[in-house]
Ligand binder design. Structure first.
Ligand SMILES: [Zn+2]
Length: 74
């Protein structure tokens, strides 16, 4: 099982150094709708396409292994 963890760690490092531009998401503080930066910039105003709320929480995909493992578990 420990070898599996090592493989996962190596994969994470490759991902972190291989991708220069990390994906950035914005999560609506009201309804939790997740939009990408590109989708927001394509709109006339920074607002939630679902509920129209204009306060977002910026979420960047972190390179931390803990986060990757958590996603894997789901
Ligand atoms: Zn919303």
């Amino acid at each position: 099982m420990s070898s599996y963890g090592d493989a996962e760690a190596g994969e994470g490092e490759t991902l972190y150094y291989g991708i220069k531009k990390r994906p950035v998401y914005y999560v609506c503080m009201r309804c939790g709708f997740k939009v990408t930066k590109e989708e927001l910039e394509a709109m006339p105003a920074y607002m939630c396409p679902r509920c129209g709320y204009r306060i977002f929480m910026k979420v960047r995909a972190p390179p931390s292994l803990g986060y990757l493992r958590r996603v894997y578990a789901i």
